[in-house]
Design a protein around this ligand. Structure first.
Ligand code: CP
Ligand code: NVA
Length: 307
């Protein structure tokens, strides 16, 4: 079903395929807890390429490959000839000769497409300007651990153009869930991508709605999600975005409008006091450390299925 394919965007996968990735993630977590992880990647070499900083993704992907018996090789852009102008296609061709899979965190999503075409091996999106599929899988795992497979309601408060939000919208649409997005009208997601997501949502019965008022979005939801206001690579528009997002902070007061046992989620890293109040992210409703831990199991699941 997956062998030899790439994972650049969850929109490229059927609902049952996403369910399979989630099922295997839970199985991997169980294996890790019982200390009996299979050697599914025995002898397989996986390059992990980073054009931007990373803590969770770097740790989870490198550990995932090693724990499954494979050989990870972490490559930071500044150490590669790519940083001195060697074309990414040439980098891809070389890697394709010596590794069985490539994970890459890139500034521009097109770089992933070029790596996929030039290398001929499965390529995994470890975060691009457009999306963060492995994060969305870990997030759904976290949500299911708390609420089971119920049709829960999620609110996202913040930047409507955010890469983590795009993958969240994709997985919500594919799984038929409900998402309320509070974002200023200036920060709506890309229209072409949202059109694709809406069509999927219509088919699965998923509801995705926009609100200008965060209180309207959060009323009665089970999950309140946010991400940083300024993503890596957006430093030049930081001030403009911060101004637009002033009223989109997740506060203790906002959390009161969600259901009683609602959780707070954030992919991390976070700016306490900016997109979320310290009392919320460090408070009892916060599920952020579970999300971070679950990144390991989703990376293990995806690598073992695809490579
Ligand atoms: N959430 C996430 O991808 O974190 P890192 O940037 O630390 O990898
Ligand atoms: N939106 C953030 C996510 C980091 C994991 C960024 O792209 O910087």
């Amino acid at each position: 079903m997956f062998r030899g394919r790439s994972l650049l965007c969850l929109l490229d996968f059927e609902t049952h395929e996403i369910e399979k990735m989630l099922d295997v993630s839970f199985i991997m977590k169980n294996y890790v807890y019982h200390n009996n992880v299979p050697s599914s990647l025995s002898g397989k070499r996986v390059a992990l390429l980073f054009e931007k900083p990373s803590t969770r993704t770097r740790v989870s992907t490198e550990l995932a490959v090693s724990m499954l018996g494979g050989i990870p090789i972490v490559l930071n852009k500044q150490d590669l000839q790519w940083s001195r102008g060697e074309p990414i296609e040439d980098t891809g061709r070389v890697l394709g000769r010596v590794v069985n899979g490539i994970g890459a965190r890139v500034l521009n999503h097109l770089t992933l497409v070029k790596l996929k075409e030039s290398s001929g091996v499965p390529v995994f999106n470890l975060l691009s300007d457009l999306s963060h599929p492995l994060q969305a899988l870990a997030d759904l795992m976290t949500i299911r651990e708390r609420f089971g497979n119920n049709l829960i309601k999620i609110a996202f408060v913040g930047d409507g153009t955010d890469n983590v939000l795009l993958s969240l919208m994709a997985i919500v649409a594919k799984l038929g869930l409900e998402l309320h997005i509070a974002t200023p009208k200036e920060l709506k997601p890309r229209e072409d991508l949202f059109k694709i997501i809406s069509e999927i949502a219509d088919d699965t019965g998923s509801v995705i709605e926009f609100h200008e008022d965060p209180y309207d979005a959060v009323r009665g939801v089970h999950v309140v999600y946010t991400d940083v206001w300024v993503s890596m690579g957006q430093e030049n528009i930081a001030e403009q975005k911060k101004k637009l997002l002033q009223n989109y902070r997740v506060t203790s007061d906002l959390m009161k409008y969600a259901v009683k046992d609602a959780i707070f989620m954030h992919c991390l890293p976070a700016n306490r006091g900016e997109e979320v109040e310290l009392e919320v992210i460090d408070g009892p409703k916060s599920a952020v450390w579970d999300q971070a831990e679950n990144r390991l199991y989703t990376a293990m699941a995806v690598f073992s299925l695809f490579i």
